[in-house]
Design a protein around this ligand. Structure first.
Ligand code: LRH
Ligand code: MN
Length: 424
């Protein structure tokens, strides 16, 4: 299924008048709107290839119909999201779930949809049918050198696929760890992971980045060998300048101050990118901004301050990716909501007057500092985000148009109700 530009233009013209009214009122109440809109127009968030079907838990999975059963159909679905919001111009592949049969064909199909290939993801957290050695007790940490070698070789294969597709980064998330006290020699496990990553780092192309994604628990429930930002940073520092940490918002212990972690990793120039989602308890992989929108805003405050302090390009110098799993929502609607929530948090963060805030901090005027932040967070910035889309020839209301065009029903008509997407 494709969405024509004329459908978007027609839809926008129906909404134009009410949009203009809201946009002009907002322009009259906030300064530097054009600068913020320019930032929003350049800001692209990559879509995970593994979040285009119905996710599930060990308790069950409820299909939604019209799921993409092939890599080509996954690219088509990300293309639909990108056509509607013109802010999702990249897909992040997971190997072996998305091995391209013919890289050139896949590359040209992606460019037809205006898509690039973001970070490649390796997978040594599942055993594949034709796999010689099991990852039951870990992969890069494993006590058996042969298992580590197998996992290293897999990561090198993933880099090869990425090179063919034009990707520029590899994300390594390890499920490695232990479930019971006594099971693991923590020092040896960490050393094995470091030595294994050194072999992978050694073959990483010079213009690539290696993202080391940490996670506090699951699927191991006593220790994770790359369990927090400190362990990820330790590895990234020991590996070298191409290695960075990756922050998945759902991978922290309860009440962790993620915005502080982000501030410090940026300060150390070791923040590589994000897996945006939201959660109330564990790695719930819920819609971005659906549970803790204020935390998301505070994280973007630290991102804007930290990136400005380093003269970084907001749109290009960090990996912006979503990592979600959809148990009950239509995946494409969920992704449209997530991109919107990210744009809103980013725009509100840009609204804050940095000098005024620093002045309040210098005077320990705690009340004023909070008022400055919450004024931005309580500003309904959505007309600005919509205007940025309008200037990018996207839909003023992507979700509204998605529903008006009955996209899910169209996909079910094309693919049936039983098609199943690879992924989680
Ligand atoms: C692990 C994770 C990782 C992916 C997987 C699909 O929880 O966040 O980023 O490999 O989800
Ligand atoms: Mn993740």
């Amino acid at each position: 299924m494709r969405i024509n530009q004329s459908a978007i233009d027609q839809y926008n013209s129906d909404l134009q008048a009410s949009h203009e009214k809201k946009f002009h009122y907002l322009k009259s109440t906030v300064s530097q709107t054009d600068k913020i809109i320019e930032h929003l127009q350049r800001f692209q968030v990559a879509i995970p290839s593994w979040a285009l079907g119905a996710g599930g838990t060990r308790f069950g999975r409820f299909s939604i119909g019209g799921e993409p059963a092939t890599l080509e159909q996954k690219i088509e679905d990300v293309g639909l999201v990108h056509k509607l919001n013109n802010s999702s111009g990249a897909i992040s592949l997971h190997i072996p779930w998305d091995i391209p049969a013919n890289a050139n064909d896949i590359k040209s199909l992606a460019s037809e949809h205006g898509l690039k290939f973001d970070a490649m993801n390796s997978n040594t957290f599942q055993d594949q049918a034709n796999q010689a050695l099991s990852y039951k007790y870990g992969s890069l940490q494993h006590v058996d050198k042969a298992v580590r070698k197998q996992a290293i070789a897999h990561n090198m294969d993933v880099i090869k696929y990425g090179l063919e597709l034009g990707s520029k980064s590899l994300t390594v998330w390890l499920s490695d760890g232990s479930c019971f006290p006594g099971q693991l020699n923590f020092r040896k496990a960490f050393q094995h992971v470091l030595e294994s990553l050194e072999e992978i780092y050694h073959v990483l192309p010079s213009d690539w980045k290696l993202f080391i994604e940490y996670k506090a628990f699951e699927p191991n429930f006593y220790s994770m060998t790359v369990g927090d930002w400190g362990q990820s940073l330790l590895l990234a520092n020991k590996l070298g300048p191409k290695a960075y940490t990756l922050v998945d918002l759902g991978h922290h212990l309860p009440n962790a101050n993620i915005e502080q972690i982000v501030a410090l990793l940026l300060m150390e120039n070791k923040l590589g990118g994000f897996h945006f989602n939201d959660s109330k308890y564990g790695d719930d992989d819920l819609t971005v901004g659906s549970i803790r929108p204020y935390q998301l805003f505070l994280i973007f405050r630290e991102l804007v301050e930290g990136m400005n302090a380093r003269g970084m390009d907001h749109a290009l110098d960090l990996g912006w990716m979503i990592d979600a799993s959809h148990n009950i929502k239509d995946p494409l609607e969920d992704l449209l909501q997530s991109v919107e929530a990210i744009q809103i948090a980013y725009a509100q963060a840009l609204l804050v007057d940095d000098l005024e805030l620093e002045q309040a901090r210098a005077e320990n005027d705690v009340v004023k500092a909070q008022e400055i932040l919450q004024h931005a967070f309580r500003t309904d910035i959505r007309p600005l985000v919509a205007e940025a889309r309008l200037r990018n020839q996207a839909a003023l209301d992507p979700l509204g148009l998605y529903r008006k065009l009955k996209v899910r029903q169209e996909l079910i008509n094309e693919r049936g109700t039983k098609s199943k997407a690879t992924g989680l």
